[in-house]
Design a protein around this ligand. Structure first.
Ligand code: AMP
Length: 358
C-alpha cells in the first residue's frame, strides 16, 4: 500500500517513519528540493497546483493525505476524483480560514474568544467596538506560529495594525487572559471509530510552541473530547485532528484546529501506546485504531533555530532525540526531544536538565 502526502516536511517524515513497520510506502509532493521527508519517500518535486504532478501522484499511490492545511483546494479536488483523500476537503477548507473555523466552533456550541471579521480599516474600527481591546488581529488564512498577527492595545493606531498584517482579510479576536493553553489530539477512522489522546499543556515562546506536556486525568479532558467529537462528526472527519484551546477556569475556548498530525502530539511517539502518526495512518486506511494510553509521564521540547549539543542531550536518561535533517535557521523547527519518565517529579527534573543544555 502506498500513501501520497502533500507536503514533505517533518510531519510527512514522521508519518513515513511510523508507516514503514506497517508495510506502507510513501510518495511526497513537495516543491522544495531539500524536503526533509524526501530521503524516506518517493519525491515528486513540483508545485501543489501542478496538475501533471498531481496526476502522477494519483497514479502512483492508493490514497492521499496532507501535512499542512494551506494545500490548494483545487489540488484536493483533482486528487479526490480518482482516489480517497483524507482528511476530507471540507475539513481543510474550514481549518485554513480562521473565520470559518471559529464560526463552525460556535455553531457546534464550542466556546471561542469573541471575534469579528475584518475586510478593511473601517471594518477594523467596527470590530474593535464589538470585540473590545486588547485584541489580536489575525489574517484569516496562511497564519501560523504567531505569523500574520498583530496585538492591538488601547490607544494604538488601528491603521498601523492594519498595515502590519498586510491589509488582507482578517479576524479580530479578543485577547484571552488564559490560565493555560491545552490541545487535544483526536482521531477518527473511515468507519467512524474514535480515539482521543490525553490533553497536552502547551507553552509557547515568541508565538512558537516550545513545550508540550501530557496531562494525566485532567478535569478538562471530558469537555475537550466532547468538543472534538462534535467537530469530527460534523465534518465526517477521517484522520488525526488537533484542536488548541485557551483554558480559562472551567471553560475551554477553542483557538484553532489543525486537520493533520500536530506538533503538540509529538510526545506520543515515545509517550503513548500508539503514536499520533501511526493512528493517522490506521485511520485513513480504516484499520483498527491503536491505544492512545500514555506510557509514563511524557513531554516534548521543540528544538528551534540552533542545533543543540546532541551528545549532552543523549547523555540524559529517558530522553529521545528527533532531528529532522533540516538546516538550522532562526525560528525554524529543526527537531524535538521527547522525555518519558516514571513520575511527574522526575519529568520536571529532566526538563530542567534539558533546559540547561539548550
Ligand atoms: P495562533 O497562531 O492563533 O495559534 O496563536 C499563537 C499563540 O499566540 C497562541 O498559542 C497564544 O499563545 C497566543 N494567542 C493567540 N490568540 C490569542 C488570544 N486571543 N488571546 C491571547 N493569546 C493569544
Amino acid at each position: 500500500m502506498k500513501i501520497g502526502i502533500l507536503g514533505g516536511g517533518q510531519l510527512a517524515r514522521m508519518l513515513a517513519l511510523a508507516g514503514y513497520p506497517l508495510g506502507l510506502d510513501f510518495v511526497v509532493l513537495e516543491p522544495a528540493p531539500d524536503a526533509c521527508a524526501a530521503p524516506l519517500a518517493g519525491h515528486i518535486q513540483a508545485a501543489y497546483d501542478d496538475s501533471t504532478a498531481l496526476e502522477q501522484l494519483a497514479k502512483s499511490v492508493d490514497r492521499v493525505t496532507y501535512e499542512f492545511e494551506s494545500v490548494p483546494a483545487s489540488a484536493v479536488e483533482q486528487l479526490g476524483v480518482s482516489l480517497p483523500v483524507y482528511p476530507p476537503a471540507t475539513a481543510l477548507a474550514t481549518a485554513r480560514d480562521r473565520n470559518h473555523e471559529k464560526t463552525l466552533f460556535n455553531e457546534l456550541g464550542i466556546e471561542t474568544a469573541p471575534f469579528a471579521e475584518v475586510h478593511d480599516l473601517a471594518g477594523l474600527e467596527q470590530a474593535v467596538e464589538q470585540v473590545g481591546l486588547p485584541a489580536i488581529l489575525k489574517t484569516r488564512t496562511l497564519g501560523y506560529d504567531g505569523k500574520g498577527q498583530q496585538v492591538i492595545q488601547p490607544g494604538d493606531e488601528l491603521e498601523v495594525a492594519w498595515q502590519a498584517v498586510g491589509q488582507v482579510p482578517c479576524v479580530l479576536e479578543g485577547f484571552v487572559d488564559f490560565d493555560r493553553e491545552v490541545s487535544v489530539i483526536a482521531v477518527r477512522s473511515v468507519s467512524g471509530e474514535l480515539a482521543f489522546y490525553p490533553l497536552a499543556e502547551n507553552v509557547h515562546r515568541d508565538g512558537i510552541l516550545r513545550l508540550s506536556t501530557c496531562l494525566h486525568g485532567d478535569s478538562h479532558q471530558p469537555l475537550a473530547e466532547d468538543y472534538a467529537r462534535r467537530v469530527l462528526e460534523r465534518l465526517d472527519y477521517v484522520g488525526v485532528l488537533a484542536i488548541e484551546f485557551f483554558q480559562v477556569g472551567e471553560h475551554l475556548l477553542a483557538n484553532e484546529m489543525a486537520p493533520r498530525v500536530h506538533n503538540s502530539g509529538h510526545w506520543t511517539i515515545e509517550g503513548a501506546q500508539t503514536s499520533q502518526f501511526e493512528n493517522h495512518l490506521r485511520a485513513i486506511l480504516d484499520l483498527p485504531l491503536g491505544s492512545t494510553k500514555p506510557m509514563g509521564h511524557a513531554a516534548m521540547v521543540n528544538l528551534i533555530g540552533d542545533l543543540p549539543d546532541t551528545k549532552a542531550l543523549l547523555g540524559l536518561e529517558n530522553v529521545h532525540l528527533h532531528l529532522y535533517g533540516k538546516a538550522p535557521r532562526p525560528g525554524r523547527k529543526i527537531g524535538h526531544i521527547t522525555v518519558r519518565e516514571v513520575s511527574a517529579e522526575r519529568l520536571q527534573t529532566r526538563l530542567a536538565d534539558i533546559d540547561n543544555i539548550l
